[in-house]
Write a protein that binds this ligand. Structure first.
Ligand code: PRP
Ligand code: MG
Length: 227
């Protein structure tokens, strides 16, 4: 079997909402591998592929730069990293569907429309793990450029929903799936920035386009079989 350098590098989310479904999908397409606990690399024994387990939010950048040949991540992270045109978006994977939404404390929604609530956030503080998409969204609302908005966008890496309760934010922008996380902390979604799901992406000048195509067709087969 090929040396490590000759292998196609395939980035997979190392944990989080996409992890379980991703690893099951890799097994279904026939990749044989054994990821040891805490290890971020796994050699595939029956194909010239090396799996690299990385944070889903970083995968679009690695794929765009060509440090890895292909990867699975969310469309949300592709957009947040501003590489929509720098990677090949090969396939929507039909899992990991959720929405990136603006949410505020329920009390703000009792006597105002969603539109009024969103407008009331202009000039306030909004906490998110998606600063670029949030900035772009407020730029449209404020009819200005992303650089010149008056709304303060504050980045946190996780547990975004805690920000309003802690007095850090007037509103948040976060991913919403079932809505249980928002509900649990008394927040209500009032607007949607984008709908997202898991995607297969590849580098635009990878030397392994033959193997990328093989893996894409196998994944497509698994998706079609489950429909
Ligand atoms: C995600 C997201 C929301 C939650 C949405 O968080 O940031 O908090 O899932 O899912 P729900 O609508 O079904 O409740 P995650 O669990 O990935 O953790 P993190 O934000 O702390 O990284
Ligand atoms: Mg969360």
């Amino acid at each position: 079997m090929s040396s490590l350098e000759d292998r196609l590098l395939f980035a997979i989310p190392k944990k989080g909402r996409l992890y379980e479904t991703c690893t099951k999908m890799l097994e279904k397409i026939g990749l044989k591998f054994n990821r040891k606990p805490r290890h971020d690399l796994a050699v595939v024994s029956n194909m010239p592929v090396l799996l690299v387990f990385l944070p889903a939010s970083d995968i679009p950048t690695y794929v765009a730069e060509g440090s890895v040949d292909m990867g699975i991540t969310g469309l949300d992270f592709v957009s947040e990293n501003r590489v929509e045109d720098k990677v090949n978006q090969i396939l929507e994977l039909g899992f990991g569907q959720c929405r990136l939404q603006v949410a505020v404390p329920r009390v703000k929604t009792l006597q105002a429309t969603a539109e009024e609530v969103i407008a009331s956030l202009i000039g306030g503080r909004v906490v998110t793990s998606f600063p670029w998409l949030t900035r772009k969204y407020f730029a449209e609302l404020e009819k200005t450029t992303p650089e010149e908005i008056s709304t303060k966008i504050v980045y946190v890496s996780g547990s975004v929903e805690a920000a309003c309760g802690l007095g850090l934010a007037d509103g948040i922008v976060d991913l919403v799936d079932t809505g249980e996380t928002l509900e649990a902390v008394g927040l209500v979604p009032v607007g949607t920035l984008l709908s997202t799901q898991a995607m297969l992406i590849s580098n635009q000048s990878s030397k392994r386009s033959d193997l990328i195509e093989v893996l894409k067709l196998r994944i497509q087969g698994v998706i079609n079989a489950s429909k």
